[in-house]
Design a binder for this molecule. Structure first.
Ligand SMILES: [Zn+2]
Length: 168
């Protein structure tokens, strides 16, 4: 398996495979220093782009420093993330052809005022990289803020990727 980074129509740079990948394979590992959410918020307070991946319930984040940080979000992704013993792997959920861009659903959460607009181009694009759960939470927070006359709806600043929500 060979991955390369090149420009992407989804966002700036993307990660592509030069060889076909079967379904259910580990494509990459999301590696980097582990920070507490507080440390990450402090370090990236003013950064529009972050490469944070929340572990477990999100108290700890991985600050992406490898190939995997270049993998773009798609609402119709060919990979998903899974956490195994505190490590995060990006796994193929369907066969991927040589030359295809590797993508997974970021399921972003706690992003403050940023709308995290999605440009993935998928037919079922939900228009944002936030998870469905987070979209609902933000809507409720906005409605609450409107009622209370508060400015900032959600309060928190940095946004992190995370594992897909368990299917009910
Ligand atoms: Zn999309």
């Amino acid at each position: 398996m060979a991955l390369i980074i090149r420009s992407s129509s989804i966002h700036a740079a993307g990660c592509y495979t030069t060889t076909p990948i079967a379904k259910g394979r580990r494509v990459a590992e999301y590696t980097g220093p582990k920070l507490s959410k507080e440390q990450a918020d402090h370090a990236y307070e003013d950064s529009p782009i972050t490469y944070l991946f929340g572990l477990g319930r999100g108290e700890i984040v991985i600050d992406g420093h490898s190939m995997a940080m270049f993998i773009n979000h798609s609402c119709d992704a060919n990979c998903e993330t899974s956490e195994v013993g505190g490590r995060v792997f990006i796994k193929s959920i369907r066969p991927i052809a040589a030359g295809e861009e590797i993508t997974y659903d970021y399921c972003l959460y706690d992003g403050g005022d940023d709308e995290a607009t999605c440009n993935c181009g998928a037919k079922k694009c939900r228009g944002t990289m936030y998870s469905k759960e987070e979209v609902r939470r933000r809507k409720r927070a906005k409605e609450k803020a409107a009622r209370n006359g508060a400015g900032n709806a959600t309060g928190e600043k940095t946004k992190s990727k995370r594992l897909p929500e368990p299917q009910a």
